[in-house]
Design a protein around this ligand. Structure first.
Ligand code: 9D3
Length: 225
């Protein structure tokens, strides 16, 4: 049985408590398919005040994460088969293809940035890959790490049920999802499209494909469909 281990190094361990203890992630951890451990970076600082940040050399606004706690933490977690990811606004944008690649690895170490950035030597010494979740500014890398965990976990064999996995395949054509309806057939005068109630599965498939193409063209022309 394949198992994915994820270690997360952060200054805000409690940000992970809720999301990891719900729904599919909770079930995956209980089943032993996913092993997640959260580590407080502050615990790896050597000085008595456990300082993890300092002012940037050369001046400028904000604080920089110090190299020692990061390197000490990652080196204590690292094994021969580990892959270390720094979540940072200047990383490569996260894609579904990134998730499928990362889901093949047995051990991920996620390093969550904070402050204005991370001492460059920490990157050089322990980071294999730098990832961003998009072009907007957040307060720290904890939610991006959580996004990555969520996206990668559902790709681990056995994490999703059969029904959930089947859904994956039908959307893998690079188009946006078609509109869905369920009972009642009419709500406040708004009817579900007749074709979906027709029982004609060829016509239903054609309608859905058409809707997917229209939505993709209108909302995501960048997907090139
Ligand atoms: C002045 C330059 N800022 C970068 C845009 C500094 C900065 C702002 C916010 C540095 C770090 C952060 C905290 N964000 C993250 O660590 C982060 C992040 C994000 O803000 N957006 C999208 N993906 C990510 S991954 C980590």
């Amino acid at each position: 049985m394949f198992k994915l281990k994820i270690d997360i190094a952060t200054l805000f361990p409690r940000m992970f408590e809720g999301p990891l203890d719900e729904s599919i992630l909770k079930r995956a951890r209980q089943k032993g398919l996913l092993e997640i451990a959260i580590h407080q970076l502050r615990d790896y600082a050597e000085d008595k005040h456990r300082v993890t940040d300092d002012r940037p050399f050369g001046g400028g606004p904000g604080m920089v994460m110090r190299v020692e706690p990061i390197v000490r933490c990652v080196e204590s977690l690292k094994a021969a088969d580990s892959w270390v990811i720094l979540l940072s606004p200047r990383g490569a944008p996260l894609r579904q293809a990134t998730l499928t690649r990362l889901a093949q690895r047995p051990h991920l170490i996620l390093l969550c940035g904070h402050y204005e950035g991370v001492d460059e030597r920490a990157r050089e010494l322990v980071v294999d890959e730098e990832i961003s979740i998009g072009d907007y500014v957040l307060t720290n890398g904890a939610l991006p790490a959580m996004v990555l965990v969520d996206g990668v976990a559902r790709l681990v064999p056995g994490v999703l049920g059969d029904a959930e996995s089947a859904t994956e395949e039908s959307f893998s054509d690079g188009l946006l999802e078609y509109p869905q309806y369920t009972r009642p057939a009419e709500f406040r005068g708004r009817k579900a499209p007749e074709v979906l109630l027709s029982g004609n599965h060829e016509e239903i498939a054609r309608w859905r494909k058409e809707q997917s193409r229209r939505l993709t063209r209108e909302r995501r022309p960048d997907l090139g469909k």
